[in-house]
Write a new protein. Structure first.
Lengths: 88, 403
C-alpha cells in the first residue's frame, strides 16, 4: 500500500516536472525539479483527487502549513499521514 | 487637453449602502467582512467575505427589472443613481450624445450563470429563462445605466480582472480629457460571492479563511468582497460653468503589462505603471501624500507592491502613507478600484486617510507607512490608486485636490 502511494505521488510530481518517474529522487525539492508555485498547486490538486483527501495548504504561507513540501520524501510521508487520518 | 473633475460618487459595498456610510466606516476602521450566506456555502472551505447583507431586491426593483438585473447590475444601478444625483447632471440633447458609461467587471452576471448552470446540470432541467444571456453578459450593468440615464456616447465594459475598474476609469478620464466626451459615468461592479464564484477562487489556494491582513507579516491571503462604486467624470469648464461641487480632479493615468506570468505579480510592471501615472500627471514623487494600495493581503502582492512603490518613489516611499482598504471591504475584483477611489476622495476632500485594519505584525518586506489600524488626519494634495491584476495588467490613477 505504502509503495503504491509513493508510486502514484511520484507519477504526479514527474508529470508536473515533465520528467520520467525514474528521474525523480526522494531527496529532491520542488525547486530542484523546476516546479513553481502554480505547479505546486496543481500537484496538490492531483493528490487530493487521486487519494480522495483534503490537503491543508495555503500558498501564502507554504512554510507554516502542516503539509510538509520540502522534498519528495516529505510529501509522500505527509500524504500517507493524511490518508491514515482521513480514512478513519 | 481638457481638465477632468469628479462631480458625483455613489457606492454599495460591505461597509455601507451609500458613500457617506462607507466613508464613515472607513474612518472608523470597521470591518465589513463576515460569514458568507448563500446556497451550498457549507460545501466551501472559504466561508468569509465582504458580502452585502440585507440587500432586499424586491424593495429596490420591480418584477420586470429583477428578471433582467443580475446582482452586479443591481449594485451598479444603485451606485450610479447616487453618483448622478449628486452631480446634478441631466443627460439630454448634446450632453446626452457626448456622455457615456464605462464600467469594469470581471465576473459579470456570475450569479445568473451559477444559478442556471445549477438548474440544467444539477437539477436536470432542460429549459432556462429567456433572459439568461442579457442578464449575465458583462456589459449588462453598463447598458442598463446608459438606458436609465439616457447616456448615448461611448459606452463599454472593461474586463482586466482585479484592475478592471481602474482601466475603465482611465478610459473615461482620457475620453473627457481629449474632448471626445463631456461627462462619463464610470467605475465598476462585481458580484462573485456565490457558490461557483468562491469555489473557483478556493482552488487557487490564495484565500484567507479568517481575515484580510494586508502588509502584516502574518497575512495569509485575500478575502473577496462584492458591490459597486460609480463616479461622474466631467470636463472641468462644464462643471465650473454650472457651479457643480467638485469632489477632486483626475490628473493622470497609466497602464502597463508585466508580460511575464499569469498570476505572479512583477515589481517592474507595477513600478512602471506608478511612474507612468506620475509622468502623465506631471507630478514628482514628493507631491504624493497618499497611495491607495492594491494591497490584497497575499504574500506575493504585498511585498511586490511595496518594492514597486519604493522603486517608483525613491526616498519619498519612506514618508508617503499607503493603506489597503481591502482589509475592510474585501477584494471586489473587477469593482475594487472603484470602491477604493472613495478612500482617495476622502483623503483629498476630507483630509482623512483610511487605515489598513487587521495589521498585527510588521513585515520587513513591507516597511512602508501603511496607516495601521486607525485612520489619520492629514492634508494631502495628490494621491495615487494602484490596481495590479492577475495576468500582469496594471493600472494606476492620479488624483488632485479640487482647486
Amino acid at each position: 500500500m505504502s509503495d503504491e502511494i509513493k508510486t502514484k505521488i511520484i507519477a504526479i510530481i514527474a508529470e508536473q516536472a515533465v520528467l520520467e518517474p525514474s528521474d525523480v529522487r526522494d531527496d529532491q525539492g520542488l525547486d530542484d525539479l523546476g516546479i513553481d508555485s502554480l505547479g505546486l498547486v496543481e500537484c496538490i490538486f492531483a493528490i487530493e483527487e487521486t487519494f480522495d483527501i483534503s490537503v491543508p495548504f495555503n500558498a501564502n504561507e507554504p512554510d507554516q502549513s502542516d503539509f510538509d513540501i520540502s522534498s519528495v520524501a516529505a510529501i509522500v510521508k505527509a500524504v500517507q499521514g493524511l490518508i491514515a487520518e482521513q480514512s478513519s | 487637453m481638457k481638465r477632468v473633475v469628479i462631480t458625483g460618487a455613489g457606492t454599495v459595498n460591505a461597509l455601507g449602502l451609500d458613500v457617506p456610510s462607507t466613508l464613515e466606516a472607513m474612518r472608523e476602521g470597521h470591518c465589513g467582512i463576515s460569514e458568507l450566506k448563500f446556497r451550498d456555502v457549507d460545501r466551501l472551505s472559504i466561508k468569509i467575505g465582504g458580502q452585502i447583507h440585507g440587500w432586499t431586491t424586491e424593495n429596490r426593483f420591480n418584477r420586470q427589472q429583477i428578471a433582467l438585473y443580475d446582482r452586479f447590475t443591481q449594485f451598479a444601478l444603485t451606485a450610479a443613481k447616487e453618483a448622478i444625483e449628486q452631480s446634478g447632471l441631466e443627460f439630454i440633447g448634446d450632453l446626452a450624445a457626448k456622455s457615456g458609461v464605462i464600467f469594469g467587471t470581471s465576473g459579470g452576471g456570475l450569479n445568473t450563470q451559477d444559478d442556471n448552470y445549477r438548474m440544467v446540470y444539477e437539477e436536470g432541467k432542460n429549459r432556462v429563462h429567456p433572459f439568461v444571456v442579457p442578464k449575465l453578459m458583462n456589459n449588462a450593468s453598463c447598458s442598463h445605466v446608459s438606458m436609465e440615464y439616457n447616456l448615448k456616447g461611448p459606452s463599454f465594459t472593461v474586463a482586466t480582472a482585479c484592475a478592471s475598474s481602474n482601466h475603465a476609469m482611465g478610459q473615461a478620464f482620457n475620453m473627457v480629457r481629449c474632448g471626445m466626451a463631456t461627462a462619463m459615468v464610470t467605475g465598476g461592479s462585481e458580484s462573485m460571492l456565490c457558490f461557483g464564484g468562491v469555489k473557483a477562487w478556493e482552488g487557487l489556494r490564495v484565500m484567507s479563511k479568517d481575515a484580510c491582513r494586508p502588509f502584516s507579516l502574518n497575512r495569509n491571503g485575500m478575502v473577496q468582497g462584492e458591490g459597486a462604486a460609480v463616479f461622474v467624470f466631467e470636463e472641468y469648464e462644464h462643471a465650473k460653468a454650472r457651479g457643480a461641487e467638485i469632489l477632486c480632479e483626475v490628473i493622470g493615468f497609466s497602464m502597463t503589462s508585466d508580460a511575464s506570468d499569469i498570476v505572479m505579480p512583477s515589481k517592474q510592471g507595477a513600478a512602471r505603471a506608478i511612474a507612468g501615472a506620475m509622468a502623465d500627471a506631471q507630478i514628482n514623487p514628493e507631491d504624493i501624500g497618499y497611495i491607495n494600495a492594491h494591497g490584497t493581503g497575499t504574500a506575493a502582492n504585498d511585498k511586490t507592491e511595496c518594492a514597486a512603490v519604493a522603486d517608483a518613489l525613491g526616498h519619498h516611499a519612506d514618508t508617503v502613507m499607503m493603506s489597503s482598504t481591502k482589509s475592510m471591504h474585501g477584494h471586489l475584483i473587477g469593482g475594487t478600484g472603484a470602491v477604493e477611489l472613495l478612500a482617495c476622495i476622502m483623503a483629498l476632500k476630507d483630509g482623512v486617510i483610511a487605515p489598513t485594519i487587521n495589521y498585527e505584525e510588521p513585515d520587513p518586506e513591507c516597511a512602508l507607512d501603511v496607516v495601521p489600524n486607525e485612520a489619520r488626519d492629514a492634508d494631502v494634495d495628490v494621491v495615487l490608486s494602484n490596481a495590479f491584476a492577475f495576468g500582469g495588467l496594471n493600472a494606476v490613477i492620479a488624483l488632485r485636490k479640487a482647486s
